[in-house]
Design a protein around this ligand. Structure first.
Ligand code: ATP
Ligand code: MG
Length: 576
């Protein structure tokens, strides 16, 4: 490809709206353009990269025995009513009517459609297992689209769905996808980690997210330094805290703490460290007959954070978690949030395992402007239940007993999930087993955010001059920059010869044949991030060489003119 006949849309200026490096560089290199909130056009250069990722994923899916198909973006609302998600999915689901007043949705995912296909096309258990996948654009009306294609409203997903007759079969299908994802992300050169993820309300089944490790990531991951344990913070657990509870000393007493509302303010007013202060929150439990909510208190160490997912899984707790309003709290306890504590609380009390180890601690007095000191479980709070309720922290012990946990940020690029029979039961997607009995198919679903992967790759690999592609995702493998070609026939001829040879060999090459200053052309090639950059100018030619630069290392080397093609090819990564 010659730049003179290509649409290079590079920008010199840094777009003001872009906070993340990947977003900034995707705009500056001319990969994408925003056309509306969370809606992007992929320009020719960007599409080349997207197609590379697509091809790698497709190869790995095919290798794993999955079958490619394609399903419509527009889906009948009735399918979503059948699964129960028409209402449950909430405002992210874009619902609309056609001219005949028929109701539709724009697919944010395709479980409903694939389940309706499977129930029609698959009748017998002998036809299973089957694994079907597609690349399709999804629409989710995200509340806060941001960071370019990292969280957009329209995005390309590879979504796949497996159908099995039994749980062992599902296990195999799941592992095949887990392995295929690992291979695909490895080939893309990503530094990633599969981490255990929450399975929501589907109990007993597994789920992993594939997280690209990057500070810009929205997710927090905990991983062990002594084993391969890794989990999303939502799901991460740690070993039960060690050590004995401090023995109770003096009776508790009340101290005035005027104006202290936060844990820190209360600690200051009382004069204790945060780990000696109990943090008390009030959430909703069961719905009561009069329509009001049972109020439940959650108690944590003052320096620790509630894990809402863990709390929401406890029997009798609203799921997703709902915090009680100020009015509800005041009516029930007589105090405002900020002065709450378990002593005398009339409802159910859930205590985190670490908080349960506290002795002679401080907490709110359930009276505005007052706290209690020297409080002790059992003696002062006779009835309470102990659970794991907090987020893990740096230095906690890994739940498998090997090593300590550390925290880092990640970008979720893929997700594998054992669905079980959630959709097949709701939508009567069954097969006849060997005994002639109708049984629901057991499903798994597997997604990769293909457009997000591109942003994640850039987030992990760039410098102040631009993107640094590895060969697998690069829009072009080689760039040829001719220097002052307008003044030199030798430069034009050599560049043309190399360009022709590379092209004939099927190597993707961008020949920058523009009559621009060399510095301008170099800056563009660096910004676009082409891995191998060759400069052809009179100076080198007079010495019988062309100049080569490795974009990632920045190392330069002269290649002999008389076998420039072979010398250049020797620079390419061996596995591509
Ligand atoms: P997130 O927690 O980031 O919203 P999700 O759990 O909703 O993701 P899934 O429903 O599992 O995502 O979708 C599969 C994949 O699609 C995700 O792993 C992610 O890579 C990608 N994805 C999801 N939402 C978006 C989005 N708004 N923009 C770009 N990619 C997305
Ligand atoms: Mg989401």
């Amino acid at each position: 490809m010659r730049t003179t006949s290509y649409l290079l849309s590079t920008l010199k200026e840094t777009p003001a709206e872009a906070v993340l490096a990947s977003h900034r560089l995707m705009l500056r290199a001319g990969l994408i353009r925003q056309i509306g909130q969370g809606l992007y056009t992929w320009l020719p250069l960007g599409l080349r990269v997207l197609s590379k990722a697509t091809a790698i994923i497709r190869e790995e899916m095919d290798k794993a025995g999955a079958l490619e198909m394609i399903m419509p973006i527009v889906q009948p609302a009735d399918l979503w009513r059948e699964s129960g998600r028409y209402v449950q999915y909430g405002p992210e689901l874009c619902r609309f009517k056609d001219r005949k007043k028929n109701e539709y949705v724009l697919g944010p995912t395709h479980e409903e459609v694939i389940t309706s296909i499977a129930r029609r096309e698959i009748k017998s258990a002998r036809q299973l297992p089957v694994n079907l996948y597609q690349f399709q654009w999804k629409f989710r009306d995200e509340i806060r689209p941001r960071f370019g294609v990292m969280r957009s409203r329209e995005f390309l997903m590879k979504d796949g769905y497996s159908f099995d007759t039994d749980v062992e079969g599902l296990g195999k299908s799941y592992q095949a996808m887990y392995d295929a994802y690992s291979r695909a992300f490895t080939r893309m050169g990503l530094n990633f980690r599969p981490v255990q993820a929450d399975t929501g309300s589907i109990g007993g089944y597994k789920s992993h997210e594939f997280q690209v490790l990057a500070d810009a990531g929205e997710d927090l991951i905990a991983y062990s330094d002594g084993s391969d344990y890794a989990a999303n913070i939502e799901k991460a657990e740690c070993l039960v805290p060690q050590g004995e509870r401090e023995a109770a000393k003096d009776a508790y007493s009340e101290v005035p703490t005027p104006g202290a509302h936060t844990v820190d303010e209360a600690c200051q007013a009382v004069g204790v460290a945060t780990k000696k202060m109990l943090k008390s929150l009030v959430i909703h439990g069961r719905k009561l007959e009069d329509g009001s909510n049972e109020l439940v208190m959650i108690c944590l160490c003052g320096n620790q954070e509630l894990n809402e997912i863990k709390a929401s899984k406890i029997e009798g707790i609203a799921n997703p978690i709902e915090f009680a309003s100020d009015e509800e709290i005041q009516k029930f306890t007589g105090a405002h949030p900020g002065s709450l504590g378990p002593v005398g609380f009339k409802g159910r009390i859930l205590v985190d395992r670490d908080a349960d180890r506290m002795g002679n601690f401080a907490c709110g007095a359930n009276r505005d402007g007052y706290h209690l000191i020297n409080v002790n479980w059992d003696r002062d709070v006779p009835k309470y239940e102990v659970f794991d309720l907090r987020n893990v922290e740096e230095g906690d012990l890994s739940p498998d007993g090997h090593g300590k946990l550390h925290l880092c940020r990640g970008i979720e690029v893929g997700h594998v999930f054992m669905l079980g029979t959630k959709y097949s039961e709701a939508m009567h997607c069954t097969v006849t087993d060997e005994n002639g009995k109708e049984v629901p198919m057991i499903m798994g679903c597997y997604g990769i955010g293909v457009t997000r992967v591109i942003a994640a790759a850039i987030e992990q690999s760039h410098d102040d001059r631009g993107i640094i592609w590895n060969e697998a995702l690069a829009p072009f493998k080689v760039a040829i920059v001719s220097v002052r070609a307008d003044k030199s026939e030798a430069v034009r001829n050599t560049a043309e010869e190399l360009y022709q040879k590379l092209t004939a060999a099927g190597i993707e090459v961008l020949y920058d044949d523009r009559d621009e200053r060399p510095g301008f052309k170099f800056a563009d090639m660096d910004l676009i991030g082409i891995p191998h950059i060759v400069t052809i100018g009179d100076k080198g030619l007079s010495q019988g060489v062309i100049e080569y630069k490795d974009r990632r290392s920045g190392e330069r080397e002269n290649l002999p003119l008389d076998h420039m093609f072979d010398a250049l090819c020797a620079k390419f990564a061996k596995n591509n």
